[in-house]
Design a binder for this molecule. Structure first.
Ligand SMILES: CNc1ncnc2c1ncn2[C@@H]1O[C@H](COP(=O)(O)OP(=O)(O)OP(=O)(O)O)[C@@H](O)[C@H]1O
Length: 156
């Protein structure tokens, strides 16, 4: 199988509130999502990439970052699967409040108000595990980029 494209997703939360961003451009435009993107092909670590993307997209630095999961997205219209490394960080961000950037409009949500209907279709399956502090691994299969047709998800 072709080598996967490696991406990050970092979600600041204390289990009660969660910081998401409305993606303003590019892949996933119009969806709320965690913060993340491609790992630099150089020798950047996946965790360093996760922290860098949070800084670029929300203007805040995460102190500690904990790896929670691995998601593989399989698209019938893309040549290679995407491997997304999911991290959380607490709410001790520096500065405390994020700022809007060219790429993302950050917004706080109570966990019971997470707008799954405005997010990627896989999110409603694994966010509850992440928010419960669980670790997980999953495969999600999409048609025409957006339509989730099947998935496997397990706690690790
Ligand atoms: C299919 N189901 C999905 N469910 C949840 N999250 C998903 C996702 N598919 C992609 N994602 C995330 O969306 C971001 C895209 O990143 P993206 O903006 O394209 O990356 P990056 O900023 O490096 O790209 P540019 O070079 O700026 O275009 C990145 O965090 C990635 O993990």
């Amino acid at each position: 199988m072709a080598k996967a494209k490696v991406l990050t997703l970092l979600i600041p939360t204390d289990g009660k509130r969660v910081l998401l961003g409305l993606k303003k451009r590019g892949f996933g435009e119009g969806y709320y999502n965690g913060f993340g993107g491609k790992v630099e092909p150089s020798d950047e670590s996946v965790e360093a990439a996760a922290r860098r993307e949070l800084e670029e997209e929300a203007g805040v630095t995460a102190k500690e970052c904990v790896r929670k999961g691995l998601l593989r997205f399989h698209f019938d219209d893309k040549p290679v699967p995407w491997e997304v490394h999911v991290f959380t960080t607490g709410l001790n961000l520096e500065p405390k409040e994020p700022k809007e950037t060219e790429e993302m409009k950050p917004q706080w949500f109570a966990v019971e108000d997470i707008p799954y209907q405005k997010m990627w279709a896989d999110d409603e399956y694994w966010y509850p595990l992440l928010l419960a502090g669980k670790e997980f691994e999953g495969d999600f299969y999409f048609e025409n980029t957006h339509k989730l047709v099947r998935h496997h998800l397990r706690e690790t």
